[in-house]
Design a protein around this ligand. Sequence first.
Ligand code: KG4
Ligand code: ZN
Length: 371
Amino acid sequence: MIWQLGSDATLQTVLGIESSCDDTAAGIVRAGGGRVEILSSVVAGQNDLHAAFGGVVPEIAARAHAERLDHAVEQALAAAGMRLDEVSAIAVTAGPGLIGGLLAGVMFAKGLSAASDKPLVGINHLAGHALTPRLTHQLAFPYLVLLVSGGHAQFLIAEGADRFRRLGGTIDDAPGEAFDKVAKLLGLPQPGGPSVEREAASGDPFRFGLPRPLLSQPGCDMSFSGLKTAVLRARDECMAAAGGLRRQDRRDLCAAFQAAVADILVEKSRRAIEAYLATDPAHPAFAVAGGVASNQLLRGQLETLAAQKGVTFVAPPLPLCTDNGAMIAWAGIERLRLGLIDDLSLAARPRWPLDDRAPAQLGSGRKGAKA
Ligand code: KG4
Ligand code: ZN
């Protein structure tokens, strides 16, 4: 079978499917001739299913994806006013992530591809996040991106849709994971990021002196696990002193934790920007992507840093920071333009680093399973 592959001028309308963690998502993006349009983006979360367990249960997530994928795709097509035979290709997250969810998505996309004779494009979930600034702001390569999500924290120079250079990342927890754990130990609902951010709004970030691990070390590597342990200790002290955790203690702990995460990310971003600028990019730009990029304090501080450094700053709108199908559809368009398509041998890859040359680190996509 011969498929017509696109240049920038060719109009492509791609269906994107995402099921690597706990969001079942489908989105449709149309691009070509200098225009990009998100025709639909449907996200069905699973917070209700995992709430009782205090974290994502992989088997429950996989089953829910298998049950919900067809509905998500139907809704995405309906919202775009399209039929499946009108899309140019089907893009699907093939890794990294939880294997059960990835398999559900890849198998489903293969079925759609075979039934509709549409090309299949396997997408690296991290590339989906990292390429989103091109969907929303048409950023030119090479740009620097800070990718911060539930399973990842890394600085990447995006050199092309299929070429990323990793400058550094977390050596232990991802910041989103730290937000989730802190929420759990303070009795706040999941996902932790939005809950902690809400509480922090009326908290005092200076009451508790939390550590900033690795801040004085050179380079762009980061660490968040000590921070979470420090919150645990401060919480226990508060509880011992007052016979329970008072409302204001919780708010102050959230504010202190959020401020510490932002400090670490901003200082390491300063170093990453300097390393990136040393490569003499034509149009220097710094983007932030992934679920944690929805955090308002972080967005504000990174924007200030970028202005100080004289680089363009891009933070995608909040629904495109957290997991969604539109980013997978867009990454599909990017790959189609490079002539990169897959066939029915496409495999789900729970581990799949964006930069094969960088050393393995937790959250690099080579170790661990979260996306
Ligand atoms: O990118 P994403 O939706 O999924 C992964 O690929 O992991 O990121 C989810 C993570 C969760 O850990 C969640 O707590 C965090 O992003 N998050 C936030 C905020 N919104 C979501 N963290 C801090 N502040 C937020 N407003
Ligand atoms: Zn993600």
